[in-house]
Ligand binder design. Structure first.
Ligand code: ADP
Length: 737
């Protein structure tokens, strides 16, 4: 089959191709290798000589099925050129890439081969890394996007971006972020593009992005400008910080909660009891800064606990997870205060002790006060309960809320029989008007009320009682309670009566011998038993004077007895007051003369004779005039006047309520000290200056005169200036007399 003479080996015309980098090979029409240069031998991994003169089929059996043979064949038979890149796997497994160009030549075909393995490898590497990059781009949890700077159009987005914002890649690419309204605050985008364009730096910022569905997501965005085939683009990576933001917000909220708590809060390591955190209140309370406390331990501020108690609390916390106890804390300045601590064991990244510390100084003080006042109250209750007077507490309707023991024993009613009812259970014996008056004073005027009453025991026996009732008002001045004190005065009254009877008896008994003394001394002085010498006369006159005085005292006693027992018998007779005054002055002639007092008597003319108990007028006049004489120094003046006082006329501040007679006795004496004025009419009372002035006196005269005038429905009062003088006024209504 090889009748065609082979091409001359090393044909000069082809030898020029030997130095080329491209492989050159000539295969004749019989598929016999006619020529190949060095590069072609290299490409084929063969020795030149081993191929020349051999056919392809002979050298590479099975080549007919290969792609390269098909190309050669097409050119050999069809006489058309071919061009193809092909990989070639060598028996040793190595793969190389070639670019083959086949051209028909008269001898057969001419094959030109260029080694493109290097290029192919680079291309493959690029492809692989692009795939890797894309995978990474899409696998990143961050939102990534590439946008053009000039037109703001999105060039690429990753899957996270699509997933997070809800725009698929196709919906995003080619649009601007503005068109998609991705920026919740459009100004943000402008600002950041401006910054990027200006200095081309990487910038980091926080912004809010809007999803396709309108919801938003908070991100930190990191962007940089880079050059993509001559065009400036922005590569941005955004990280969803919604969770972080929420956590931060929660932390801030928690912190502000902690700090706004008025209780101190401490977080401690359960093993060392070292402070891990403390809130503001605790710092404030203890006087340490947070920094100082964080280097301290619970034991440094606790001063109220010994080791034993601490370990027992520790055991409790470990067992139950919490404990509550009281102890004392020491401030930085050394002061100590009581606290109540609530401890909880909490598991966070590891276990912590959370202590809520409450300052209980006030509570402790209150507790102490309460304890003390409870004791105080107990004392009062005991005192009230044990009092020998009846003590009764009622509400404002008079319903009994409390009675003490004595009330039961006196009235004979058990407490249960009284409580919830009114005091009329044992009271109610007085006339209706009495109780009306009482309620008027207590309920309307809201003033205390005192009186003597007759009450009735459960067994029916009556008893005398002295009652004092006081309203207890609330803040708005309304009656809240009434407190009544009731004293059984039956005994006292009996004793009083016995005393009075005794005095009455004694006085009457003394009168007879006294009359005898009076009478006989009068006779002796009168010379009935013969002439007396001067000395004798003087002595008898003294005896006579003393017995007169005694007589007056006895009369006073009897008057008072009668006044107090209410057995005064008024015996009004026409009385000439002018005459009465003259007579009374006459009785005091001795001291008047002795002191050289000027006496003025002024009796209104044409004063009709007054119908009055003459003894009463005598006693009153006698007391007022003798006091005026007694308490006025030598050379003083005493003025007595008697005049009409028509109804409505005003005398020394008092108004006559009806037509009356006014008797006034004015002196220039020692006066009545201001402090003593309200007691002047009390039994036995004598003012301090009077006692020094004249030790003789019993303080009964004014008491008696006052009561007498009251009995006659009149009024007795006075005006006085200490050291200057006193005027007593007696106003006696005519009608009543
Ligand atoms: P006494 O026996 O002390 O005079 P009275 O009852 O008559 O008792 O008077 C009571 C007190 O009133 C006197 O002790 C005195 O302090 C005062 N008193 C009464 N009248 C006068 C007066 N005219 N001037 C000064 N003090 C008077």
């Amino acid at each position: 089959m090889n009748d065609t003479p082979p091409l001359v080996h090393g044909h000069d015309g082809w030898n020029i191709l030997d130095g080329l980098l491209e492989g050159c090979m000539i295969i004749d029409r019989d598929w016999r290798y006619v020529y190949l240069n060095d590069a072609a031998a290299r490409h084929g991994h063969v020795e030149k000589g081993s191929l020349i003169g051999h056919t392809m089929l002979e050298k590479y059996p099975g080549v007919e099925g290969s792609g390269i043979f098909a190309m050669y064949k097409k050119c050999m038979e069809g006489r058309t050129a071919g061009h193809e890149e092909m990989s070639y796997t060598f028996p040793d497994g190595s793969v190389e890439w070639y670019e083959f160009s086949v051209n028909p030549i008269p001898e057969g075909i001419f094959v030109l081969s260029v080694d493109i393995t290097e290029r192919k490898r680079a291309e493959e590497g690029a492809r692989l890394s692009r795939e890797k990059f894309t995978a990474a781009f899409n696998a990143s949890p961050d939102l990534m996007a590439i946008t053009g700077v000039s037109d703001g159009k999105i060039l690429e987005v990753n899957e996270s971006y699509s997933r997070m914002l809800g725009y698929s890649r196709d919906e995003s690419v080619g649009k601007t972020t503005a068109e998609l309204s991705i920026w919740a605050d459009a100004a943000d985008r402008e600002r950041f593009v401006a910054v990027l364009e200006k200095d081309g730096q990487v910038i980091d910022f926080e912004t809010m992005l809007r999803r396709k569905d309108g919801t938003t997501v908070m991100v930190t965005d990191s962007a940089r400008v880079f050059d993509l085939q001559g065009e400036k683009c922005i590569f941005s990576t955004a990280h969803d910080i919604t969770d972080r933001k929420r956590a931060e917000r929660e932390l801030r909220l928690f912190r502000s909660l902690l700090d706004s708590s008025s209780d101190g809060i401490e977080v401690m390591d359960p093993n060392t009891l070292g402070f891990v955190d403390v809130n503001e209140a605790e710092c404030r309370e203890l006087g340490y800064s947070r920094g100082e406390l964080l280097s301290m331990h619970a034991t440094d501020i606790d001063s109220g606990m010994d080791e034993e108690r601490r370990s027992s609390i520790d055991a409790q916390v470990r067992k139950a997870g919490k404990a509550k106890f009281e102890t004392e804390h020491r401030r930085k300045d050394g002061t100590i205060f009581p606290v109540e601590i609530n401890v909880t064991l909490v598991e966070l990244d590891k276990p912590y002790i959370l202590s809520v510390v409450r300052d209980i100084t006030e509570r402790k003080a209150e507790e102490k006060m309460l304890r003390e006042s409870a004791e105080e109250l107990k004392k009062y209750k005991m005192a009230v309960e044990a009092a020998s007077d009846n003590i009764i507490l009622t509400d404002r309707e008079g319903v009994v809320l409390y009675v003490n023991k004595n009330t039961s024993s006196l009235t004979g009613y058990a407490k249960e029989e009284i409580l919830g009812k009114t005091a009329s259970v044992w009271g109610g014996q007085m006339p209706k008007e009495f109780y009306e008056g009482m309620w008027k004073t207590l309920g309307e005027e809201k003033k205390p009320f005192s009186a003597e009453v007759v009450n009735r025991r459960k067994d029916g026996r009556l008893y005398d009682a002295e009652i004092h009732i006081s309203p207890v008002l609330d803040e708005s001045g309304e009656v809240r309670y009434f407190i009544g004190v009731e004293r059984d005065i039956t005994k006292a009254k009996e004793i009083d009566t016995a005393k009075s009877e005794f005095i009455s008896l004694a006085s009457h008994q003394m009168r007879t011998p006294l009359t005898a003394i009076n009478w006989y001394s009068e006779m002796l002085i009168g010379g009935d038993a013969g002439e007396l010498n001067a000395k004798q006369k003087e002595y008898f006159e003294a005896i006579y004077g003393a017995s007169q005085q005694m007589n007056e005292i006895i009369k006073t006693f009897l008057h008072i007895l009668r006044l107090e027992t209410g057995s005064v018998a008024m015996n009004p007779v026409p009385v000439d007051l002018g005459e009465m005054v003259r007579l009374t002055v006459e009785e005091s002639k001795l001291p008047i003369d002795k002191k050289r007092l000027r006496m003025r008597e002024q009796v209104q003319e044409a004063l009709p004779p007054l119908k009055i108990d003459s003894e009463l007028v005598r006693v009153v006049l006698q007391n007022l005039i003798s006091n005026a004489v007694k308490y006025t120094p030598d050379d003083g003046e005493v003025a007595i006047s008697v005049e009409n006082a028509a109804r409505g006329s005003v005398i020394a501040g008092k108004t006559a309520e009806e037509d009356s007679i006014l008797v006034s006795v004015r002196d220039t004496g020692i006066g009545i000290p201001e402090a003593d004025r309200d007691k002047i009419f009390t039994k036995f009372f004598r003012a301090g200056n009077a006692k020094t002035w004249d030790p003789n006196g019993n303080g009964l005269g004014l008491y008696m005169a006052n009561r007498m005038i009251h009995t006659a429905k009149g009024t007795l009062w006075f005006a006085s200036e200490e050291g200057r003088g006193t005027t007593f006024y007696a106003l006696l209504p005519r009608e009543e007399l």
